[in-house]
Design a protein around this ligand. Structure first.
Ligand code: PLP
Length: 413
């Protein structure tokens, strides 16, 4: 029998919600594999390769592979005052809006929004230390993940890395010596977001470094904005006891801090440079700023997140809502899914933040590894497999998705 034509085969897939060029591609692949019957699977494969929603049942709140902080966001198809000052009717600046709100939250004099924290660090180093020395502790020459390595970023930005101290102990005197010898432009501290050095250790505080002379830059990464946690009902949670906050780091003498917006800040992917006005102005004028600046979509989503903080409404920020949900609520939801008793689980923040910090959670456990079946659900469900069973942690599942989870479980058990 002759194989069907690409045209006929692709038309037989028209119930799949894909534009016809993609259905044609699926048909072509199937025919060239001498397996026309596989055309439907090929089309579904193309559909699943598109960016789309998933249900995060891993218990990892900021799952790097699942887009870190989840965020609901809508924007009408309208013009915005992105670079227009409504008071004067003249050209305005896109570095107001969200940046001003972040100043309010952090007490910073000024702030600049870029695409991510890596861009923030790169811009700071390029604008303030090109062809100059920058002192960094040997214990903080970190790789953050995705190939973001502090020594490489330094080299790329044109700053000269001066390593000070040792892997486990670095003292103020080490930075002082480096400053005397190399006339350092900056003293750069990197928060070890994704690893822990314990045992015989010592590090120099931002406060101590700020008396040496050069501006102290603290790359905080996580975006934990204020120790006071005014946006949480019960104040600062125990798993955040050691996390340095933006506001307090600036108060203790950092000239600038840099952080991600999609980690503990719970906003969209963006990066912030916040602190001294004169230094922010230099960064803002650097040619890289043009390449690093986010668009109105991101700035708007970031503004929404910042407004929720100012309203002290942590529940409006999905990350904090997940983090704050009492275990008893999760257990009740697990029971209502109708598949036996809740299983105790441990959630973690993830996203390269707070290594080793876990907190109690609850979910459901299914015998055997059904993770692939769950990924094939209408809205794919991502679960963890431990000891030959599949565990769904409900802390990271939005309650609106419980029905979809129940349906998927029913079909795999
Ligand atoms: C996460 C992190 C970065 C990188 O942030 P991105 O927003 O992913 O670019 C840089 N520095 C520190 C300390 C971090 O924790």
């Amino acid at each position: 029998m002759r194989p069907p034509s690409v045209d006929a085969l692709s038309k037989s897939l028209s119930d799949i919600d894909l534009p016809s060029p993609l259905l044609v591609e699926a048909a072509r692949i199937a025919i060239s594999n001498d397996d026309p019957d596989s055309a439907r699977d090929e089309a579904l494969r193309l559909q699943r390769a598109l960016l789309g929603p998933v249900i995060n049942a891993t218990g990892v709140l900021l799952h790097t592979n699942l887009g870190r902080a989840p965020l609901a966001y809508q924007q009408a198809s309208q013009a915005t005052n992105l670079e227009f000052d409504l008071t004067t009717g003249k050209r305005g600046s896109r570095i107001g809006h969200a940046a001003n709100l972040i100043c309010k939250l952090s007490g910073a004099e000024a702030a600049l929004i870029v695409n991510n924290c890596s861009a923030a660090v790169t811009l700071v180093l390029a604008a303030l230390a090109r062809n100059r020395a920058v002192a960094v502790s040997r214990g903080e020459l970190v790789e953050i993940g995705g190939g973001f390595r502090v020594p490489d970023v330094m080299a790329e930005s044109g700053a000269q890395l001066i390593e000070v101290g040792t892997t486990n102990r670095t003292r103020v005197a080490d930075y002082q010596a480096a400053h005397r010898l190399h006339d350092t432009a900056l003293l750069f501290k990197v928060h070890p977001s994704n690893y822990k050095i314990s045992g015989f250790t010592e590090e120099a505080s931002v406060a101590a470094l700020s008396s040496i002379g050069p501006p102290v830059i603290a790359d905080l990464g996580s975006g934990f904005i204020d120790e006071a946690c005014h946006w949480l009902r019960d104040g600062r949670p125990p798993w955040l006891r050691d996390e340095p906050a933006v506001k307090q780091t600036l108060e203790s003498g950092a000239a600038l801090v840099t952080f991600s917006c999609d980690k503990l800040f719970g906003g969209p992917q963006a990066g912030v440079i916040a602190g001294r006005k004169d230094l922010i102005a230099i960064c803002a004028k650097h040619p890289l700023m043009r390449a690093f600046r986010p668009g109105a979509l991101v700035l708007n989503a970031l503004q929404e997140t910042a407004l929720s903080y100012l309203r002290r409404d942590g529940d409006a920020i999905p990350f904090w809502r997940m983090a704050q949900t009492p275990v008893s609520d999760l257990e009740a939801r697990a029971r209502s899914l109708g598949v036996g008793n809740p299983t105790p689980t441990m959630s973690m923040t993830g996203g390269g933040s707070l290594p080793g910090e876990e907190f109690p959670s609850a979910g459901i456990e299914i015998a055997g590894d059904v993770s692939e079946d769950l990924r094939n659900a209408d809205v794919p469900i991502i679960a963890r497999v431990r000891d030959q069973s599949t565990v769904l942690d409900l802390r990271t599942v939005h309650p609106d998705d419980d029905a979809a989870v129940a349906k998927a479980i029913a079909s795999v058990t």
